[in-house]
Design a protein around this ligand. Structure first.
Ligand SMILES: *Cc1c(COP(=O)(O)O)cnc(C)c1O
Length: 392
């Protein structure tokens, strides 16, 4: 089918909830994609930070195929090997004590919030269920995670929302203290606010929040749905802030393109959720777990070091464009935000797309780059050359 035919079907039959780019992607290899009309693109999106091993990765595809031919799915009422093996890799590598598997980021965050509320309920009883989140955050699209998201425009239409969230300004301890009260059980934050505009939190601030949480027995909940799984040059971004969360979520990149997510809990929180408290039909699906095992095995210290170096290379390359359209470059590893001025971020994204480079937007004025972690120097140079051509 060509683009026009696919688009016609979509418009007739699909709920139109996405502001889609005007192309249909057909296939890819590494960090290069082709649309249905045969046009080639350098990919700085990875889906949205999902396809960490790029497209058509052979190890990844083979692991999924082999697992599908062996056992494609079975319920969580049984043990399976890919699941247990994945847990045995993730838990020590993150310094946590146990893991729960779900299918998506929002669901992982919901589970983390449930855990925090039950921790507090078990220890202190009712009335201590408020979670403080940060303004400009993004935590997901369910009724609860929308309310956890600290942006007013997400709190429309779908009333009544889940109660028990208050919002503090990022990087501002006074703001956090001003919304703190006896009813608080946790603070939840992204180390780098992703959808909000690729805004890294200050290390001092994150450490001060961690200290306050420890003092007041609030749980420190870290949302690493976007920043986790090697994206920033370490397995989790929190490892670069020298803190240890009570609970941390992951999703997007974990299975390299299959739907997967979950949360890791520390020793203190390991026993909070028990049989019957929480679950998921698809969570930890054997094929998704097999794919995630390939991702985990790829994220060696040497590979992660390369992610950090590639990120620096791209950020330096963008800064060296000296483009009038760039107000600044931010980020860690291969999670990069480019401040856009002189046109809107969407205009810039569309111009780059027409010239053969796929990018994302974030916040009000940020171009967001989340290339596959396996992107080559040649692919990065191609992308930078397109940026130069469009943004000079
Ligand atoms: C994408 C994202 C989510 C939501 O993940 P879904 O898989 O879309 O539910 C939550 N938190 C952060 C930080 C994200 O980037």
């Amino acid at each position: 089918m060509n683009f026009a035919e696919i688009k016609a079907l979509d418009e007739q039959y699909v709920l139109q909830t996405y502001g889609r780019n005007q192309l249909a992607i057909d296939h890819g290899k590494g960090a290069t994609l082709w649309d249905t009309e045969g046009k080639e693109y350098v990919d700085f999106t990875s889906g949205i930070g999902v396809c960490s091993l790029g497209y058509a990765n052979e190890k990844w595809a083979k692991a999924i195929y082999d697992q599908a031919m062996k056992l494609g799915h079975i319920s969580n009422l049984f043990y399976t090997e890919p699941y247990a093996v994945l847990a045995s890799k993730l838990v020590p590598a993150s310094g946590m004590a146990g893991v729960f598997f779900s299918n998506s980021g929002a669901e992982a965050n919901e589970g983390m919030i449930k855990l925090a509320r039950k921790y507090s309920y078990d220890k202190y009883g009712q009335g201590r269920a408020t979670v403080i989140t940060l303004k400009n955050s993004f935590h997901g699209r369910t009724i609860t995670t929308l309310k956890a998201t600290g942006q007013d425009h997400f709190h429309e239409f779908f009333f009544p929302f889940t109660e028990g969230f208050r919002y503090a300004d990022a990087n501002d301890m006074d703001s956090l203290l001003s919304v703190a009260g006896d009813d608080v059980c946790a603070v939840m934050m992204e180390p780098i606010q992703g959808e909000g505009g690729v805004n890294p939190l200050n290390k001092d601030y994150v450490q001060a929040v961690a200290k306050l949480c420890a003092e007041r027995d609030w749980l420190l909940l870290i949302d690493e749905v976007q920043t986790g799984m090697g994206r920033t040059g370490t397995l989790f971004a929190f490892q670069q802030f020298d803190i240890q969360p009570d609970v941390v979520t992951f999703a997007k990149g974990i299975a390299g393109g299959l739907p997967f997510g979950g949360f890791l809990a520390n020793e203190k929180c390991k026993g909070v959720l028990t049989a019957g408290n929480h679950g998921s039909t698809f969570g930890g699906n054997p094929m998704a777990a097999a794919a995630a095992n390939v991702v985990m095995d790829t994220l060696t210290p040497a590979f992660l070091q390369e992610v950090a170096e590639k990120g620096q290379y791209l950020r330096d390359g963008i800064a060296a464009l000296n483009s009038l359209y760039v107000s600044g470059v931010r980020g860690m590893g291969l999670m990069i935000g480019v401040g856009v001025q002189g046109m809107t971020h969407k205009e810039l994204k569309d111009k780059l797309m027409a010239a053969g480079l796929l990018t994302l937007t974030a916040g009000k004025d940020t171009l967001r780059l989340l290339p596959p972690l396996v992107i080559t120097k040649e692919e990065m140079d191609k992308g930078l050359a397109i940026m130069k051509e469009v943004m000079a």
